[in-house]
Design a binder for this molecule. Structure first.
Ligand SMILES: C[S@@+](CC[C@H](N)C(=O)[O-])C[C@H]1O[C@@H](n2cnc3c(N)ncnc32)[C@H](O)[C@@H]1O
Length: 252
């Protein structure tokens, strides 16, 4: 996969090796093991990494959701889903332990508000276990970067969305190589130092944040990909303070 072979893995080289489409099976297996290890510290490190902005970004996405049936792809431990109020919510993730953590957290919040319980489904974006035209919106926050075949995942998203309904994706922004280089420095130095302290180990699972970000394409790459798979009204906005992009589009 690495076109530069054995060149040193410096931040500069990493920004130049982009695989905007996805990742190989071995990498994806290892990524899943690392994601699993992040569960106890996920929210704490995420808030630190984004200077607290993640709460505002999640609110922005929640405000964009219509009434009706919503699918969150890559729900993780339920950090976004917990505060989705009143909608008919389905949460999907490939890691059973993530789903268990999310179910407890999300459904206890929903019970306390009088909302019906959310449904938790094991699966991947690339093979969504749902019928065509099932949802009024699909969102994915900080997960798209990890999809092993992004084009397949977007095609599946389009298939399960009802005509006219929306997809909303949030992930770290990469406007160009220079911006990507700064992002990698931020993740390696700032987030890496904090994760080492919080996890109490040098070889902490947040190292994968830098790796998946390095291989992530630019904001524009995924505008093109959304169009290629058939979405319309494709928009992308890099949101303050320049660390994340919100992509939105509609099923025709
Ligand atoms: C960082 S968590 C995001 C949690 C949550 N959405 C949030 O707002 O913080 C990313 C999640 O995406 C899931 N994921 C990774 N690859 C995926 C794929 N191909 N399809 C669906 N989910 C995937 C991971 O298992 C992980 O739980």
């Amino acid at each position: 996969m690495n076109p530069l072979g054995n060149l040193p893995n410096t931040a500069f080289f990493v920004t130049t090796i982009m695989d905007a489409q996805g990742m190989g099976a071995d990498d994806w297996d290892e990524l899943q093991r690392n994601l699993l290890a992040t569960i106890p510290v996920y929210d704490r490190i995420n808030r630190f990494a984004t200077l607290g902005q993640v709460t505002r970004w999640r609110r922005m996405v929640r405000d964009m959701l219509p009434d009706g049936k919503i699918l969150e792809v890559g729900c993780g431990p339920g950090s976004f889903a917990e505060d989705v109020i009143g909608r008919n919510l389905v949460c999907l993730d490939p890691i059973p332990e993530m789903l268990a953590a999310a179910e407890e957290r999300v459904n206890s919040a929903r019970r306390s508000r009088g909302d019906d319980p959310a449904i938790f489904v094991e699966g991947t974006a690339e093979e969504l276990p749902f019928d065509d035209d099932s949802f009024d919106a699909l969102c994915s926050l900080f997960s798209f970067r990890d999809w092993y075949d992004k084009k397949a995942g977007l095609s599946e998203s389009l298939r399960v969305l009802r005509p006219g309904s929306s997809i909303i994706i949030v992930d770290p922004a990469k406007m160009n190589r220079a911006h990507g280089f700064l992002g990698i420095l931020w993740m390696r130095v700032w987030v890496g130092a904090y994760a080492r302290v919080v996890c109490g180990q040098r070889d902490h699972p947040w190292k994968w944040l830098t790796k998946t970000y390095s291989e992530f394409g630019t904001t524009r790459d995924y505008v093109s990909m959304l169009r290629e798979v058939g979405f319309v009204d494709v928009k992308a906005r890099v949101i303050f303070p320049g660390m994340a992009t919100i992509w939105s589009a509609r099923a025709p």
